[in-house]
Design a protein around this ligand. Structure first.
Ligand code: ADP
Ligand code: MG
Length: 323
């Protein structure tokens, strides 16, 4: 007997998440499966948060140069994310956190940081200075890191694996719009349809058809403040210790790995369209596709998304397939 999908909305990782499960597992009901996913995400949130005072990451940032024990998953994510920082030439840099804080993003007490202070902050950003051994990590004094750019995507991978163990092959995990994990396809076998937000309005400008993959979006409309007509977003260019302004409004990355989607969407946003396109050319081994929306509203996508992307009805925008 087929039952209706079960949906649950939870608040975690500072965002609203919508989890949809479409079938019972081998030995588990949809409701119980959602209980497990919720518990799992709450644990990850506690382990990976930079602001929660019980979090090992918070402890690491306040250890004044000392070694700090992280959770097993904290270590796993840190190692993988640091590798991605290196692969992106530091466009992704977890240690951008002092700049994230100086601009007021975690607290909401926003301010425009002076060029002098930015130069000083930039000197404290360097993912290569993070040390790792056994279950521990160490940061030079004065440095701090956060997993904000990668945690939701990583959580998507963990939850997808958990669903696989339960024998659930049809589910959609929306971990706060910016990280989606599509497990299998819809119960009727058609792909999941995920909206791509229009950076300039509340609505969607198009839809991506996805099955069995992750999707991550980084946009300058997700968290930002405005001062004197300038918009400052929560994605920091680590080299400048200032909000990235590269002519992009959003970057969406599609790949099997949620972590890669999340980390790369942030990194490609920092790179801007030209460097990001070059990066895509140079790294076929990463196996990802991307969709870029410029601040002029133009859309660029890699060929792998040409068939899965459809503009919303009434949209007249230019869509260019990169080559
Ligand atoms: P979202 O949280 O909306 O999904 P991102 O995945 O792009 O957006 O992550 C942005 C968060 O990552 C910021 O709030 C900040 O904590 C952190 N961050 C900002 N810039 C960088 C960067 N260049 N590298 C690594 N982390 C960053
Ligand atoms: Mg990200």
């Amino acid at each position: 007997m087929r039952s209706d999908p079960v949906r649950r909305t939870i608040l975690a990782m500072d965002t609203v998440m919508n989890l949809t499960v479409c079938q019972n597992g081998k030995d588990i009901t949809m409701d119980k499966a959602l209980d497990e996913l919720t518990a799992c995400i709450n644990t990850l949130d506690k382990e990976l948060s930079a602001t929660g005072q019980e979090s090992p990451i918070y402890a690491l940032n306040h250890a004044q140069g000392g070694w700090t024990a992280l959770s097993e998953r904290g270590c796993d994510l840190l190692d993988r994310a640091l590798a991605l920082c290196a692969a992106t030439g530091g466009a992704l840099d977890l240690t951008a956190y002092p700049a994230v804080e100086a601009w007021g993003f975690p607290s909401g007490e926003y301010r425009v940081v002076s060029p002098d202070e930015c130069a000083q902050l930039a000197g404290r950003i360097n993912y290569a200075a993070v040390e790792r051994k056994d279950g521990q990590a160490r940061l030079p004094e004065g440095m701090a890191l956060d997993m904000g750019a990668v945690a939701k995507g990583y959580a998507g991978d963990i939850l997808a694996a958990r669903l696989g163990e339960m024998g659930i092959t049809s589910a959609l995990l929306d971990l706060g719009q910016s990280s989606i994990q599509a497990i299998g396809a819809k119960p009727d076998g058609s792909p999941w349809r995920v909206g791509i937000q229009d950076p300039d309005s509340e609505g969607y400008l198009g839809v991506l058809s996805l099955s069995d993959c992750g999707m991550g979006t980084s946009g300058n409309y997700q968290r930002f403040f405005e001062e004197d007509g300038v918009t400052y977003c929560h994605i920091i260019d680590p080299a400048a210790a200032a909000p990235a302004q590269t002519g992009l409004s959003s970057v969406t990355v599609v790949s099997p790995s949620g972590l890669l989607c999340d980390g790369l969407s942030t990194a490609l946003f920092v790179m801007g369209l030209d460097k990001a396109t070059q990066f895509w050319h140079d790294h076929p081994e990463l196996g990802f596709d991307a969709l870029f929306i410029t601040d002029k509203g133009k859309i660029y996508l890699t060929p792998g998304l040409a068939d899965s992307f459809t503009l919303a009805e009434g949209e007249q925008r230019e869509v260019t397939v990169l080559s």
